[in-house]
Design a protein around this ligand. Structure first.
Ligand code: ADP
Ligand code: MG
Length: 321
């Protein structure tokens, strides 16, 4: 099968490549065309996933398509953007119709859940990797950045932390557990749900936000640095799922919540006045700490004692001291 036949059969014809809101021209020309509404800005983000680095070799192509798109769209959620479209640059070692069918099915499922359309891409031969670029729309000047946190704001997250990190040994086959225990965690790893609705609900309310991809401590460090503030996290407030506690026990579950990446839960800073109305509307918001003057991220126990661990999270190019 040639490159063009492959694109036609698996991408132009995919469910997620059909016409959609904001898409003036999709796959097939030199560029796609997006309509951006007056009063809105285009939010753009790219993510690359490399076999053996971001996902295990020989992983299920359906799950890969699903997770790859979720990881990319999560950045739109973090900015409070409404998703419009995505492109896919795919590098494949060889052409397998079976693999491509399952992969596009995974893309379709997540694209449907996130209301986002495939509008173009590139297809090349080489070691398996995917680069997804997502496009979203956000009211001009209102996007949630990392730089607005104010001293006195609450530090919040949008759900339980550490589940994906807890699932990793199961994903890699390093550990086996019974299905009832493993399934909820594996679902969180393979099918993270970008918190798009929450992100948009936080527009005009949260002062800074991001999605947790590298671990809570590491990612909160980005908000602290960009905003020129300190963030203090209370360990006892970390939301942990029952499944994670059961699998790891409390101490390791806390460690996973603090340092494990891959959860794609939102972390944000919120002035106290906005908390009660948002909770009343039913948004999943957990207060885990506060914004203070100073710099960096610290963790405290019930007595207010500093118990900040040294390990922070995953970096591809770590500085050597
Ligand atoms: P060009 O040579 O102009 O860059 P290509 O021949 O690479 O264009 O691609 C032809 C069309 O197919 C373009 O519209 C491109 O966006 C789309 N396309 C290529 N690969 C993919 C893919 N993996 N997924 C979706 N669209 C793709
Ligand atoms: Mg090309």
């Amino acid at each position: 099968m040639g490159e063009f036949e492959l694109i036609r059969q698996f991408f132009s014809a995919a469910q997620c490549a059909r016409a959609g809101v904001g898409v003036a021209l999709g796959i097939g020309d030199d560029c796609a065309l997006l309509n951006v509404a007056p009063g809105a800005q285009l939010a753009v983000s790219t993510d690359t996933l490399v076999e053996g680095v971001h996902f295990p070799a020989a992983c299920d192509p359906f799950l890969l398509g699903q997770r790859g798109l979720a990881v990319a769209v999560s950045d739109l959620a973090a900015m409070g953007a409404a998703p419009l479209a995505f492109t896919l640059a795919l590098t494949l070692p060889d052409v397998s119709a079976h693999w491509l069918r399952a992969f596009t099915k995974g893309l379709d499922v997540m694209a449907e859940a996130c209301s986002v359309r495939l509008i173009g891409g590139d297809t090349t031969r080489g070691p398996l990797s995917l680069t997804l670029t997502v496009f979203g729309s956000v009211p001009t000047g209102q996007a949630l950045t990392r730089r607005g946190a104010q001293v006195g704001d609450l530090l919040c997250v949008g759900g339980a932390l550490g589940d994906a990190a807890g699932a990793l040994p199961l994903v890699l086959g390093d550990r086996q557990v019974d299905e009832a225990m493993g399934t909820p965690l594996l679902e969180r790893y393979w099918s993270p749900q970008p918190q798009l609705a929450l992100g948009q609900a936080l527009l005009g309310r949260a002062t800074a936000a991001l999605d947790i991809s590298d671990g809570l401590l590491a990612d909160c460090g980005h908000i602290a640095l960009a905003s020129g503030v300190a963030l203090q996290i209370e360990q006892s407030r970390l939301p942990l799922s029952d499944a994670l506690r059961q699998l790891l026990g409390d101490a390791d579950a806390i460690h996973a919540a603090l340092t494990g990446g891959d959860d794609y839960i939102l972390a944000f800073t919120l002035p106290l006045v906005h908390l009660a109305p948002l909770l009343e509307q039913g948004w999943p918001i957990h207060v885990i700490g506060a914004v203070q003057s100073g710099a960096g991220v610290s963790l405290v126990d019930n007595q207010g004692q500093d118990i900040t661990p040294v390990i922070r999270g995953y970096q591809h190019f770590r500085e050597t001291s």
